[in-house]
Design a protein around this ligand. Structure first.
Ligand code: URA
Length: 436
């Protein structure tokens, strides 16, 4: 078999066999197929797609490119969640300890920023000392001792996805239903969770722009997971505006901390209760979502979730003093509040453009492996439906360079649309898919 023939076959819109997919995935993971051929293949998949059978075979090859964990000797039932990627999505930071403090172990492998979307691992790394590079043994040890662990992509678990993920980030090949499904579900299968809640984002700041596309992705992932014996549900959630108010790594950690102290923006808090609630429900800890949400709201109010968060972050090496004093997290030197250019209702926010602005401020990557600035970002003082009078605070930019700050100000103003008449805040949870 030759990589070039497999690329050509997909370019010409033909279906790949299980053997061809295995050859390509394993060849790339082993370093035998170079980045340029893998990039060409990813682009061919973006343009020509995959059948359900190809997507399933691709996912299983990726999952089996490394160890596939069986965690049952450590914990009888482990849960996990995964987002398809959005702007301002810091859900894992809150949901992992929130669910774990109910005695339900959460073992999770997360990613770095991808395209215009942020990544949990980058956010966690803005905390001094936090170690995301765990071996399989360390992952299992953390789970056994603390009931919660979040690792970066490791050399042991789904290593093929680690390589494809970093490549897709910088080759405009993220937006593909089978590549996203394969990337997410290979990690989920490899990291051994019994139940998985998929947070499938829909809208301008997501890789799936319509409910139909998102539903197709959700159903494919649910089917792949159920096919290998996992309990899986998907929540379709709105990403036509950033989630919460903060966009940028350390700023998002601060917002997660505020939420764990029973504060934080309402949309973000509600989202955490829904995603975490579904995890409790899938694990049989609650009989329905309302009951599960109420259990979680209680643990935000009584500090149990916060206590678990501190235990988790410090167990992975994070500096507790930064959690207790969030103002000591990375902070950009230039901070400017931009005011509303007019009176009116905020009608739309181009969340992808906001995500790209963060990258240009230095908070995301344009090339593989690039260093990022954890302190830069944006805080929004209004979201869709908000009424502002001219001159009222609209957003605050945190930058490390005056030229970048000026460019970001213009770009962000252009990313917002206004209306003279009342605009309703959009619904956040759009659909829940339990079975296919
Ligand atoms: N999240 C992932 O882990 N992979 C993707 O491809 C998209 C979102």
């Amino acid at each position: 078999m030759r990589a070039v023939d497999i690329i050509a076959k997909k370019r010409d819109g033909q279906n790949l066999t299980d053997e061809e997919l295995k050859f390509f995935v394993n060849g790339y993971a082993a370093g035998e197929i170079p980045d340029y051929q893998a990039s060409a293949w990813c682009m061919a998949v973006v343009l020509k797609g995959m059948t359900e059978a190809e997507a399933t075979a691709y996912t299983l090859c990726m999952a089996h490119s490394g160890d596939v964990l069986d965690l049952h000797h450590i914990a009888p039932f482990v849960v996990d969640k995964h987002s398809t990627g959005g702007v301002g999505d810091k859900t894992t930071l809150v949901v992992a300890p929130l669910v774990a403090c109910h005695g339900l172990p959460v073992g999770k492998m997360s990613g770095r920023g991808l395209g215009f979307s942020g990544g949990t691992i980058d956010k966690l790394e803005s905390i001094k000392g936090f170690n995301v590079s765990l071996t399989t043994a360390q992952f299992m040890d953390m789970l056994a001792k603390h009931g919660v662990v979040v690792s970066g992509q490791s050399a042991d678990l789904a290593p093929a996805d680690g390589k494809f993920y970093a490549l897709r980030d910088v080759t405009a090949t993220v937006e593909s239903l089978p590549l996203i499904a394969g990337s997410i579900m290979s990690k989920k299968i490899a990291s051994g969770a019994d139940a998985i809640v998929l947070d499938v984002k829909v809208g301008k700041g997501a890789f799936m722009h319509t409910v139909e596309e998102a539903e197709a992705l959700a159903k494919l992932m649910v089917k792949i997971g159920q096919g290998v014996g996992r309990r899986v549900a998907a929540i379709l959630s709105d990403m036509n505006q950033p989630l919460g108010d903060a966009v940028g790594n350390a700023l998002e950690v601060k917002e997660a901390i505020a939420t764990l102290h029973n504060g934080g923006p309402t949309d973000f808090r509600e989202h955490c209760l829904t995603v975490g609630g579904k995890m409790l429900e899938l694990a049989g800890k609650a009989t329905n979502l309302d009951e599960a949400r109420a259990m979680l709201a209680e643990s935000l109010a009584n500090d149990q979730a916060w206590t678990k968060f501190v235990e988790w972050i410090t167990a992975q090496g994070g500096d507790q003093s930064q959690l207790d004093n969030p103002e000591t997290l990375p902070q950009a030197p230039l901070v400017e509040t931009v005011t509303a250019p007019r009176t009116g209702y905020l009608a739309a926010m181009d969340a992808a453009e906001i995500g790209k602005t963060l990258i240009d401020l230095g908070g995301g990557r344009l090339k593989k492996g690039e260093a990022i600035d954890y302190g830069v970002g944006i805080i929004f003082h209004a979201k869709i439906g908000g009424k502002l009078t001219v001159g009222a605070p609209l957003l605050t930019i945190h930058a490390n360079d005056a030229t970048k700050l000026v460019a970001a100000r213009q770009r962000l103003l252009n990313a917002l649309s206004w209306s003279d008449t009342v605009v309703a805040a959009p619904p956040h949870t759009l659909k829940i898919i339990d079975a296919v």
